[in-house]
Design a protein around this ligand. Structure first.
Ligand SMILES: Cc1ncc(C[n+]2csc(CCOP(=O)(O)OP(=O)(O)O)c2C)c(N)n1
Ligand code: SF4
Length: 275
């Protein structure tokens, strides 16, 4: 059999045979296309890539790709991905999730802080799509369309980019699902940049947040070059209207990678935990 060269692969080779069950018009379709396009541009083989997710519409991503995948439990994708990456340094590990920053919030902080070489693609639609439209941590305070919060949440939304910057993420960018080529380019850069990369994608939930169809008129590409200065990045975030598209910050912190040489072997660990 002829060996497949990574350079010959196209985005289609990174898609599985399963058809997504997302609602027609959901932004996640475009994010899947962007991610597979990025993988083709990265010249990697599918067997050297893993996509890890939790639970949510966005977290169906591993099933729709041809790479290795792990559909974990809600809020634990980053913990699973961290363990995989430190054990299998040669793999490209991508984490796919939604804006469920509540249950997984603590893991998010510590993934940024640890700076393991992961790329976290967050499909942010400011709502829990899969569980039929409850408010999420990024939902605007006055969103009153959920029966659980008929008067709005009344709570200030979580700001993932600011939290990532303050917590030590090494690459921070924001994209729009309606700009699949721009998103693919940024995902490619994020994977290539060492350390923990956050790629926030504004990905409309047309079913529970139909107003997000307007995002295509609101997003604007930044004219700023990415900065390595966290203070400058923070000031840009303070001035931002939430529709900034582009790479905000590229840090140069050392990547966390424990030295696995000389550690306990799998057989040692199995013996230790044998019951
Ligand atoms: C521990 C736990 N708590 C709650 C749930 C219920 N649950 C399933 S998906 C989900 C949120 C999904 O929203 P998001 O991550 O924003 O993805 P989307 O569906 O919007 O793409 C929740 C809360 C769960 N599966 N597990
Ligand atoms: S419920 Fe929303 S997030 Fe889920 S598939 Fe439908 S449009 Fe997409």
């Amino acid at each position: 059999m002829t060996a497949v060269a990574a350079a010959d692969l196209t985005a289609k080779d990174f898609k599985s045979d399963y058809s997504p069950v997302w609602c027609p018009g959901c932004g996640h379709y475009a994010v899947l296309s962007s991610a597979t396009k990025a993988l083709a541009e990265l010249n990697v083989l599918p067997e050297n890539v893993a996509v890890i997710s939790g639970i949510g519409c966005s977290s169906r991503m591993p099933a729709y790709t041809s790479v290795y995948g792990f559909h974990g439990v809600h809020g634990r994708a980053l913990a699973i991905a961290t363990g995989l990456k430190v054990a299998r340094l040669e793999l490209t590990v991508i984490v796919a999730g939604g804006d469920g920053y509540s249950i997984g919030g603590n893991h998010f902080l510590h993934a940024c802080r640890r700076n393991v070489d992961l790329t976290y693609i967050v499909m942010d639609n400011q709502v829990y799509g899969m569980t039929k439209g409850q408010a999420s941590p990024t939902t605007p305070a006055d969103w009153d369309k959920s029966k659980l919060t008929p008067h709005g949440t009344g709570v200030r939304p979580f700001h993932p980019l600011a939290v990532a910057l303050a917590s030590g993420a090494n690459f921070i960018a924001c994209c729009f699902a309606g700009d699949p080529n721009g998103t693919a380019k940024i995902v490619t850069e994020a994977v290539m940049h060492p350390g923990f990369s956050l790629v926030e994608v504004l990905s409309p939930c047309v079913t529970f947040q139909p107003g997000q169809r307007e995002w295509k008129r609101q997003v604007h590409k930044t004219e700023n070059e990415p900065t390595v200065d966290a203070g400058r990045a923070a000031r840009r975030l303070l001035d931002d209207d939430g529709f900034y598209i582009g790479v905000l910050y590229v840090g140069d912190r050392p990547v966390y990678q424990p030295d696995l040489e000389g550690g306990a072997s799998l057989a040692d660990l199995e013996a230790e935990f044998a019951v």
